[in-house]
Design a protein around this ligand. Sequence first.
Ligand code: IDP
Ligand code: MG
Length: 150
Amino acid sequence: MEQSLVLVKPDGVQRGLIGEVISRLERRGLRLVAAKFSQVSQELAETHYAIHQGKPFYEGLIKYITSAPVMAMVWEGPNAVAAIRQTMGATRPTEAAPGSLRHDFALEVGRNLTHASDTVENGGKEVALWFKPQELVSWGRDADKWIFEK
Ligand code: IDP
Ligand code: MG
């Protein structure tokens, strides 16, 4: 089953939007696999955002993600990566589709509330970076057969 890391970043936590993010992913039909509320270390932040190293916004991004606790989660489902990115909306809130989280709750790219894995491959890598295998819960819901075709 396709999996994505989802972070409610410090601005989302401070603004009381953890529940809003979870609620939108739940009602989309995605299945929660793991969750932990934690303060991100400098080391984890740098590994997670290694791809952005050297970009003009990199230092600010590391400062932002380590500034206060985040809610880290793993969600799964068919097409989970694309579906979650769509629910989050485009990186720049003013380009995010109406109805998406970033459209509905954000104004600036540097305070855009959430992180979600951008490819299936990165989903696997990010889940392994943020969670130990034993922290992932493999389970089924009675409603799965009404949400997942197979
Ligand atoms: P994503 O979070 O939608 O995958 P990425 O391009 O991977 O977007 O960038 C990672 C994060 O870096 C963004 O979510 C945003 O918080 C921050 N970021 C990206 N571009 C800028 C920028 O131009 N200025 C400030 N922050 C940025
Ligand atoms: Mg990204």
